[in-house]
Write a protein that binds this ligand. Structure first.
Ligand code: SF4
Ligand code: SF4
Length: 637
């Protein structure tokens, strides 16, 4: 329930400050149960948010949506704060109780306790609407029996009245021109207890909250409490049956009006002929029956020839303002038991006198057309929408799945055209879209799977390449370490990129110590390890890209043969350092040098051999033998 306390005004307590029903979107689960149940399609679904909202002008206050909403997202306008304000205002306030209380408050063992509990809330008078029912019922008897060729629809159920005013305004003329028992009772109370008495109606439905707004003067209803709200007030003020004594209703007391909660109770209260053969009234109740009855009254009344006594709910005893979960036949039994109990103390003479006292009250009423019917779109437009929701060919099919809340596809298409519904409410449409979506999803998934496989393959390849590179690097590194010549590779900053053990051995003890901490001297500055002239040679090759080959350089006590060459232009430079005093290298070096001498002097040797004959050949043979000896030690020449 929502509250209107902030807008409380003692002079106009029932200002229509907020709609009767509202949907709290934060609680709504978009189940559209409310859309389906609403008999007049007063709930619109927003195209973007897909959230439902009640179109107040179209609403007939039946409360079906309120009852159908399982997450309790629908609230109705509360009158609790207004009632509390009235009760603390110092004014005389009368509670007028609908006879439906007997079916609702079965947990209160004696109605007299119930009356006292209401008094304890602060009401000056506690009266029953049964008396108002008696009065109105008598008027109906007069109306029906004084037949002048026109049949009537009873105007006691506010949802029925609202339905006719909004959706069948042509039937307003057939609405019985009589106030409801609630309004009749308010008039009686003011006549009996004074014009200044404030009146609070306690009843079983919410629609009476809006009905009450239409009356002023002696018919004014200052607030309407549902039974649910009344129970809340008892709880708020901790009023319990066990704490109160008996108390009787204030006069005037009703007679058979206490049967009013049962749909034909009004007829019994007015002793209106219900006989199927001789009577002139049909009683109907419940949402669908009532909707059908109005339609048939509209189209077939000349053939039906009956007055219609109609209720939206299955009797007031099942009204939406009663506690949820009520059992209809148990409530009926409680109502009849209560009526019988009251009859045991019924004082017919007093009742008749009270009736006579209010005989001059004006109980007439007029109705105002409030046409909420929307124009029906033309067939072309309807066909277009049917096509949009993949329901072509359903134009003249009266049967539909009804899951959208409309009786057939055409009705939904009309509602979509009128802006009341959305295409998403159709299962076929959403199913079709879902299929398309699934197909798109499947294609995307397949493409994703392919990409994933390709990625896995390229990852595998990259891994293999990485492993191969690492293996190559390991092989090169192992080979480097095996070489007897020192090898060092430096980068553009002349920082060591890689070096081998032979290089470290050549450089000396200091390099060996660094190698223990940084294996391979990686990152060490060449300048700090080698004398400046070595360092300059590396620097030269780095900048010039020209190699230095086999250059002998003194290094401490030893002589080094150095070759320096560019590995990657201006980026990496490699150096090979040979210790000339290492026996293996010396031998190799001597062989190389002798070979060079032989090559260089070959011409000269040939000339000498020509001049000196075999002597020269012997010289050459001797030199070759020296070479051979160095190459193959131990071999006889
Ligand atoms: S019945 Fe309730 S939850 Fe479902 S759509 Fe209506 S307001 Fe939302
Ligand atoms: S109260 Fe009734 S008419 Fe109003 S929106 Fe709810 S279901 Fe529709």
């Amino acid at each position: 329930m929502t509250s209107d306390i902030h807008n409380f005004d003692h002079h106009n307590l029932l200002m229509p400050v907020e709609p009767l029903f509202q949907i709290h979107h934060d609680l709504c689960t978009k189940c559209y149960s409310c859309v389906r149940i609403c008999p007049v399609k007063a709930i619109k679904v927003d195209v973007n948010s897909e959230l439902p909202s009640i179109i107040t002008n179209r609403c007939i206050g039946c409360g079906s949506c309120y009852r159908s909403c399982s997450p309790h997202a629908i609230f109705y306008r509360s009158s609790i704060d207004v009632t509390k304000a009235l009760l603390s205002s110092g004014e005389k306030v009368a509670a007028i109780c609908d006879p439906t209380i007997s079916g609702e408050f079965h947990d209160i063992t004696d109605y007299r306790k119930f009356v006292e509990m209401i008094r304890q809330l602060g009401f000056t008078f506690v009266s029953e609407v049964s008396f108002g029912v008696d009065l109105v019922a008598m008027k109906y008897k007069e109306l029906f029996e004084n037949f002048k060729g026109k049949y009537y629809i009873t105007a006691n159920c506010p949802s029925v009245v609202s339905l006719i005013e909004k959706y069948h305004p042509e039937l307003i003329i057939n609405l019985a021109p009589l106030v409801s028992p609630m309004v009749a009772t308010a008039k009686v109370i003011r006549q009996k207890y004074g014009e200044d008495v404030r009146v609070v109606f306690i009843g079983p439905c919410m629609a009476t909250k809006d009905e009450a707004l239409k009356f002023e003067g002696d018919a004014k209803i200052d607030a309407v409490l549902t039974f649910i709200e009344l129970r809340q007030l008892f709880n708020d003020l901790n009023i319990r049956e066990s704490q109160v004594e008996f108390s009787e209703f204030d006069a005037p007391l009703g007679h058979l009006g206490s049967l009013y909660p049962i749909s034909n109770g009004l007829l019994q209260a007015g002793e209106i002929n219900e006989n199927l053969l001789t009577g002139s009234v049909i009683t109907t109740e419940g949402r669908n029956n009532m909707l059908d009855a109005v339609k048939e009254f509209d189209s077939r009344i000349e053939l039906i020839k009956r007055n219609f006594n109609m209720f939206y709910d299955e009797g007031c005893l099942m009204g939406p303002g009663t506690s949820p979960g009520g059992e209809k036949f148990l409530r009926m039994t409680l109502v009849t038991e209560y009526a019988n109990k009251r009859l045991t103390t019924f004082d017919k003479q007093t009742w008749a006198e009270e009736i006579a006292c209010v005989a001059s009250l004006d109980l007439s009423r007029q109705f105002v057309a409030d046409d909420q019917r929307l124009p029906i779109p033309d067939d072309e437009k309807i066909e277009e929408v049917l096509k949009m929701i993949h329901r072509e060919g359903q134009m003249h099919n009266d049967i539909g799945c009804e899951s959208c809340g409309y009786t057939n596809c055409r009705e939904l298409a009309i509602a979509i055209s009128q802006g009341l519904a959305t295409t998403e409410m159709c299962h076929v449409f959403t199913g079709h879209n879902r299929q398309e979506y699934i197909q798109t999803l499947r294609a995307t998934n397949e493409s994703l799977a392919k990409t994933k496989t390709a990625l896995a393959e390229s990852e595998e390849m990259a891994k293999h390449e990485q492993e191969a590179q690492k293996e190559t690097a390991d092989i090169i590194s192992t080979m480097l370490q095996k070489l007897i010549s020192g090898v060092v590779i430096v980068d553009e900053d002349l920082k060591i990129y890689q070096s081998n053990k032979a290089f470290i051995r050549i450089v000396g003890e200091e390099a060996a110590m660094i190698d223990e901490v940084i294996p391979g001297l990686v990152g060490a500055d060449l300048k700090s390890l080698l004398p400046v002239h070595f360092y300059k040679m590396f620097s030269y090759v780095l900048t010039s890209d020209e190699s230095i080959e086999n250059k002998d350089v003194q290094f401490g006590d030893t002589k080094l043969g150095i070759s320096i060459f560019s590995i990657r232009s201006h980026k990496y430079v490699g150096g090979i350092l040979r210790d000339m005093y290492v026996p293996e290298l010396r031998k190799e070096q001597i062989v190389n040098r002798l070979s060079e001498v032989i090559d260089e002097n070959f011409d000269m040797v040939q000339k000498i051999a020509y001049l000196l004959g075999e002597g020269a050949a012997k010289s050459e043979q001797m030199l070759n033998s020296v070479i051979d000896t160095y190459k193959n030690p131990g071999k006889k020449t």
